[in-house]
Design a protein around this ligand. Structure first.
Ligand code: FAD
Length: 487
C-alpha cells in the first residue's frame, strides 16, 4: 500500500502522483496535513477556499468508499508516524516549487529516511518541470517569448486517470489504523479552528466540479474571443481558473485538453461565430497565459529569493518613498483614480482582480506612489484567493521594472488613459465605485482634469486624487535614473 500526501492538488482526477501511487503496491491511502508552518503564510480567502476544496475532495473519497485522512501538525512528524502505522510501502506526493515548500519537503525526506520509508515526488502542477526547458546554453529562461516557443512545441501529456474504489483503501481500515494517532482530525476544522477569521470577500465555489464548470463555460464561448477581449475588465472574457490552478482543484492536463479541443473547433469557425476575433489566435493566446504561469514557476524555482529581492539589480538601491498614508489609500481603494480604486475594491470584495487592472494598480503603487513593490505583494498575498508565489512575485516585479522580462522602467501607465481604453463605458469602475455611479463615463475618464469644486459637486463622497500623475511620473523616472546611476 502507498500513502499519498495531498498538498496543493486537491483533486482525484488528473493527479499524476495519485495516479502513480499504488501502481506497484495495489492500494492507496490518502492524507492531507494542516501544517502550521505553512498556515503562518496563509490568509482568510485562501484558507476558506482550501477548506471548501477539501470538503469537496473528501466527498470524492467517500463516493469511492474510502476516506481522506486529515491531520494537523508538522508533516515531518506525522507522515513517518502514519506511514509506520499503516505499514505503507512508500509515501507519494506532487512537488511544489517555492523555496519554503522545498525546505519543508527536504525535512519530510529526512524524517522518512530516519524510519526507512521510501518515497517518490512527481511533477504535476506544470506540464514541463522547471528544469525541462532551458536555453541552448543550458540556462533557465529569463525571457518569456523564447521560453514560450519551446514550451508550446513540447508534447503535452493527456490527463491521468482518476483512482477507482478498488484502488483506494477502505474507509474503515484507514480509521482503525490511525485511531491512536494524536494528530488525526475526525472532522474538517473550521476556519476559526485554524486561527483565521471569515474572509471579507465573497469567494468562487471550490472543488473539481466547480472548476470543470468554469472551464466548460469558458471553452463554450469566451475562449474564441480571448485575445481581443481579455483586457476589458467589464467583460467576462477570462477563464477565472486561477484559484483552481493554484489549489489544483483541476489538473493542468485537463485544462490543456479542453484548449486543444477548442483549437480544433476554432479552425472551422466563421466570422458569424466570433465577429472580428481570430479564434485560432485567441485560443493560442490563452494557451500562452498557461505558459506564463509555468515561466514564473521556473523563475521562482531557480531564484527562490525573488519573493523578497529584486530579480534585476540596479546599480544603486531604488529609493522608494514608502509614504504610509499613500499605501493605506491604495489598499482602501481611496486614491481618487477611478480604475485603481475599482480594482482595489474588487480585490476586497471578491479576493480576485482582473489581470489588466492588477497591472494598472501595481504600476500605480510603484510608479505613481513610489512605493516598494513588496508592500503591494504583501497586500495581494493577504487578499487574493489565487495568490501564487511565482505568479504574484512575477506580476509585481514585472510592474516594478525589477523582474525577469519586466516592463522597462520608463514605461509608466497613465491610469486615466488605461481606464478610458479598457473600461470605456466605465462599467467596471461603476460596479466597484458606487460614488461614481450615474456619472457620465466621459466625465469619469476626465476626472483629474476637473476642478476640485466640480469633482466635489458631482461625487461628494469620492476622494480627491491623492497625487498628480504627471508630476509623479517625472519623480518616478528620476528615481529609476538615480538607481541606474544616470544622475
Ligand atoms: P486567464 O486570463 O483566464 O488565464 C488563465 C490562467 O493563466 C490563469 O488562471 C493563470 O493561471 C495563468 N495566467 C494568466 N495570466 C497570467 C500572468 N500574467 N502571469 C502568470 N500566469 C498567468 N496570477 C495568479 O494566478 N496568482 C497571483 O497571485 C497573481 N498575482 C498577480 C499580481 C500582479 C501584480 C499581476 C500583474 C498579475 C498577477 N497574476 C497572478 C496574473 C494574472 O493577473 C492572473 O493569473 C489572472 O488575472 C487570473 O484570472 P483568470 O484565471 O481569469 O486568467
Amino acid at each position: 500500500m502507498d500513502l499519498f500526501w495531498h498538498r496543493r492538488d486537491l483533486r482525484v482526477a488528473d493527479n499524476r502522483g495519485l495516479a502513480a501511487a499504488g501502481d506497484d503496491t495495489g492500494e492507496v491511502a490518502s492524507i492531507f496535513v494542516f501544517d502550521d508552518a505553512v498556515l503562518e503564510h496563509a490568509a482568510p480567502p485562501r484558507v476558506a477556499f482550501m477548506l471548501d476544496a477539501l470538503s469537496a475532495l473528501r466527498d470524492r473519497y467517500r463516493e469511492r468508499d474510502s476516506q481522506l485522512l486529515l491531520a494537523r501538525g508538522d508533516p515531518s512528524t506525522i507522515l513517518p508516524a502514519v506511514a509506520t502505522e499503516l505499514e505503507v510501502d512508500r509515501v507519494v506526493w506532487n512537488r511544489d516549487y517555492s523555496g519554503l515548500a522545498r525546505e519543508r519537503d527536504a525535512g519530510v525526506h529526512r524524517a522518512l529516511d530516519a524510519v526507512d520509508v521510501p518515497r517518490e515526488a512527481f511533477h504535476d502542477a506544470v506540464h514541463h518541470d522547471p528544469d525541462a526547458i532551458r536555453t541552448n546554453a543550458g540556462d533557465p529562461y529569463s525571457v518569456f517569448t523564447y521560453y514560450w516557443k519551446k514550451w508550446r512545441e513540447r508534447e503535452k501529456s493527456p490527463p491521468y486517470p482518476a483512482q477507482t474504489p478498488e484502488d483506494l483503501v477502505d474507509a474503515n481500515a484507514v480509521r482503525e489504523a490511525t485511531a491512536e494517532l494524536d494528530a488525526a482530525l475526525e472532522t474538517l476544522p473550521s476556519i476559526e479552528d485554524l486561527g483565521f477569521g471569515e474572509p471579507e470577500a465573497e469567494l468562487q465555489s471550490a472543488g473539481t466540479a466547480a472548476a470543470r464548470r468554469r472551464l466548460q463555460e469558458f471553452c463554450d464561448g469566451p475562449i474564441y474571443r480571448y485575445e481581443s477581449r481579455r483586457d476589458y475588465p467589464a467583460d467576462d472574457a477570462t477563464s477565472r481558473l486561477s484559484t483552481d490552478l493554484k489549489w489544483g482543484t483541476i489538473g493542468v492536463r485537463e485544462v490543456w485538453e479542453a484548449t486543444a479541443e477548442a483549437a480544433e473547433t476554432a479552425e472551422s469557425m466563421t466570422e458569424t461565430d466570433v465577429g472580428e476575433s481570430d479564434p485560432e489566435a485567441a485560443v493560442e493566446e490563452f494557451q500562452s497565459q498557461l505558459a506564463w504561469r509555468e515561466f514564473y514557476t521556473q523563475v521562482l524555482f531557480h531564484n527562490p529569493e525573488v519573493v523578497s529581492e529584486n530579480y534585476r539589480a540596479y546599480e544603486n538601491p531604488i529609493e522608494w518613498e514608502n509614504d504610509p498614508e499613500l499605501i493605506d489609500a491604495w489598499r482602501d481603494g481611496e486614491t481618487g483614480y477611478p480604475i485603481v480604486d475599482a480594482g482595489m475594491r474588487q480585490l476586497r470584495t471578491e479576493a480576485y482582480m482582473h489581470n489588466r487592472v492588477r497591472m494598472i494598480v501595481a504600476s500605480f503603487l510603484t510608479k505613481d506612489l513610489l512605493i516598494d513593490w513588496r508592500h503591494g505583494y504583501d497586500w495581494f498575498k493577504t487578499k487574493l484567493a489565487d495568490h501564487d508565489t511565482g505568479n504574484d512575485t512575477g506580476g509585481w516585479q514585472w510592474a516594478a521594472s525589477t523582474g525577469t522580462d519586466a516592463q522597462p522602467y520608463f514605461r509608466i501607465f497613465n491610469p486615466m488613459t488605461q481606464g478610458e481604453r479598457y473600461d470605456p463605458d466605465a462599467e467596471y469602475i461603476q460596479t466597484y465605485v458606487p460614488e461614481l455611479s450615474g456619472v457620465e463615463p466621459k466625465v469619469i475618464h476626465e476626472w483629474h482634469e476637473l476642478s476640485e469644486t466640480e469633482r466635489h459637486r458631482i461625487a461628494p463622497g469620492y476622494p480627491e486624487p491623492i497625487v498628480d500623475h504627471s508630476r509623479r511620473r517625472e519623480a518616478a523616472l528620476e528615481m529609476f535614473e538615480r538607481a541606474r546611476g544616470e544622475t
